[in-house]
Design a protein around this ligand. Structure first.
Ligand SMILES: Cc1cc2nc3c(=O)[nH]c(=O)nc-3n(C[C@H](O)[C@H](O)[C@H](O)COP(=O)(O)O)c2cc1C
Length: 395
C-alpha cells in the first residue's frame, strides 16, 4: 500500500527517498521528520560523523500547505560530509571523471558487505560497496518511514523503543523492565517510553545500566573493539486485524521480522517472548483470553507480542531486535588484500564503537511503516478522513 525507495551513497551529494501511497490529508512537516532524524544520532560511542551531519530533510513534492496530497512524496537529505569533509573524502564518489588520484580500498572487513559486494558486482575497489551498504542509508529510511509514523500518530497508534542490552550489559529478563514500561505508557503513552529512553546516552531505561553500559563502551573503545546489543519496540493503539493468516506474505509477524532484519547489522528478531517460547510449556505461555469491563476481548498477558496467526490481536505489539558488533574496529582482524591476494590485517576507518541506540530508532521507523502499510490494507482510502472513519467504524 505504501512503497518507499531510497537512493544515495554515504559520501555522495545527497540521499533521496520517494514515498508512494500515502492518503491525502495527512499533516506532515519537515520538522516531523527532522525530530526523528536527530534521534538517529543518539548514543554514546558514535563516531565522528555525528558531529558533521546536520540531517535536515527537504520535502520536494507530495505535500501542500502542510498536508499530503496523495502524490508521491520526494525527500532529499544533503550529505554535509560531502561539502565539509573533503580533506578526508576528496570526491570519492564523483559522478564524472576517471577516479585518478583516488586510492582504492582493497582490504575487505570481515562482517561487512565489502568482500561479497565486490565479488558480486565485479569491483577491484571496495569503495562503492561501503558507500551504499553502510548505515548512512538508514537516515533516508527513517525519513521515509516517519511519513507513515506521522499518519499512525494522528490515528492514536504510537511506536517506541528502548535498548535492553549493550554488549555484556543488559536487563536480565523482560520482566525486569516490563513494569517500568507499563508505568511510562500509563503516564504518557508509547511516546513517554521513547522520550524516557532518549534521556539516557545509551537509550536504556535504567540509570545503573546506563552507567554500566557507558563504562563498557569506554573500555571497548580503549581496547579498539566494538559492541552489539538488543532493543525492544513497542506499538500501542494497534487495532485488531492488521495482517492476515490467509497468505504467507500477509502475516504481520513475518513482515515485521523482515523490516528489522533489513536494517544493517540486525541479526535476530523475536515477536513477544518468542525465544522463551521454545522452553516454556504451553499452559504458561499462551495469553488467556478475558473480557474487560467494556466488554472487549483482552489478554491477561502478552507473551504473543500482540500478534497471533499473523494478525494483530489488539494488545501492544512487541518486537525485539539484536544487532551484531560493528565490523569496523581499531583492533585488526584477518583479511586478504583483493588486489594482491596477500594476507593482511584490516585497516581502520572512522566508525562507531556501537550503534545499538541508533539502530533502535531506525527499527522504530521501519516498524511504523509495516504497521501503516497493514493499516491501509484494512482501512485504506484515498483520503486520511476516509481512513479515520473506517478505522473508527470497525473499532
Ligand atoms: C545506525 C547504524 C549505524 C552503524 N554504524 C556503523 C559504523 O559506524 N561502522 C560500521 O562498520 N558499521 C556500522 N553499522 C553496521 C553496519 O552497517 C553493518 O554491520 C553492515 O552493514 C553489515 O551488516 P549486515 O551483514 O547485516 O549487512 C551501523 C549500523 C546501523 C544500523
Amino acid at each position: 500500500m505504501i512503497r518507499y525507495l531510497t537512493a544515495g551513497e554515504s559520501h555522495g551529494k545527497a540521499l533521496i527517498g520517494i514515498v508512494e501511497g500515502m492518503p491525502a490529508g495527512v499533516s506532515l512537516t519537515a520538522g516531523d521528520i527532522n525530530e526523528h532524524l536527530a534521534r538517529r544520532w543518539l548514543g554514546y560511542g558514535r563516531g565522528g560523523r555525528a558531529k558533521i551531519e546536520l540531517d535536515e530533510i527537504e520535502i520536494l513534492s507530495g505535500v501542500r500547505f502542510g498536508k499530503t496530497i496523495g502524490s508521491p512524496i520526494a525527500l532529499r537529505l544533503e550529505n554535509a560530509s560531502h561539502l565539509k569533509d573533503q580533506s578526508n573524502w576528496p570526491n570519492v564518489m564523483a559522478v564524472e571523471g576517471d577516479g585518478e588520484g583516488i586510492d582504492k580500498v582493497t582490504l575487505p572487513r570481515p562482517g561487512h558487505a565489502d568482500l561479497a559486494g565486490a565479488q558480486k558486482y565485479g569491483f577491484d575497489d571496495i569503495r562503492p560497496v561501503i558507500e551504499r551498504a553502510s548505515a548512512r542509508e538508514t537516515a533516508m529510511r527513517v525519513a521515509c518511514c516517519t511519513v507513515s509514523r506521522t499518519m499512525l500518530r494522528e490515528l492514536g497508534i504510537d511506536v517506541a523503543s528502548h535498548v535492553t542490552r549493550l554488549g555484556a550489559v543488559g536487563f536480565k529478563m523482560p520482566d525486569s523492565w516490563r513494569e517500568h514500561v507499563e508505568e511510562l505508557i500509563e503516564q504518557g503513552g508509547a511516546p513517554a517510553v521513547y522520550q524516557a529512553a532518549d534521556k539516557s546516552v545509551v537509550r536504556m531505561l535504567s540509570t545503573e545500566l546506563t552507567e554500566a553500559a557507558t563504562e563498557h563502551i569506554k573500555k571497548a573503545k580503549a581496547a579498539g573493539d566494538s559492541l552489539g546489543g538488543a532493543y525492544e519496540i513497542i506499538v500501542t493503539g494497534v487495532p485488531v486485524g492488521l495482517g492476515s493468516y490467509a497468505q504467507w506474505d500477509r502475516r504481520l509477524d513475518g513482515r515485521l521480522a523482515q523490516a528489522i532484519l533489513s536494517i544493517q547489522g540486525q541479526k535476530a528478531v523475536e515477536i513477544g517472548e518468542g525465544f522463551a517460547g521454545g522452553s516454556t510449556p504451553g499452559s504458561a505461555y499462551h495469553d488467556p483470553i478475558i473480557k474487560n469491563q467494556g466488554g472487549q476481548f483482552v489478554r491477561a498477558s502478552n507473551y504473543a507480542g500482540g500478534i497471533e496467526g499473523g494478525v494483530s490481536n489488539g494488545m501492544p505489539i512487541i518486537v525485539r531486535g539484536t544487532m551484531k558488533p560493528i565490523p569496523t574496529l581499531i583492533k585488526t582482524l584477518d583479511t586478504v588484500d583483493i588486489a594482491t591476494g596477500e594476507a593482511q590485517p584490516t585497516r581502520y576507518e572512522r566508525s562507531d564503537v556501537t550503534s545499538v541506540p541508533a539502530a533502535s530508532t531506525v527499527a522504530e521507523a521501519t516498524v511504523a511503516w509495516v504497521l501503516a502499510d497493514a493499516l491501509l490494507e484494512r482501512f485504506g482510502g484515498d483520503t486520511f478522513e476516509q481512513v479515520r472513519t473506517r478505522l473508527e467504524t470497525v473499532c
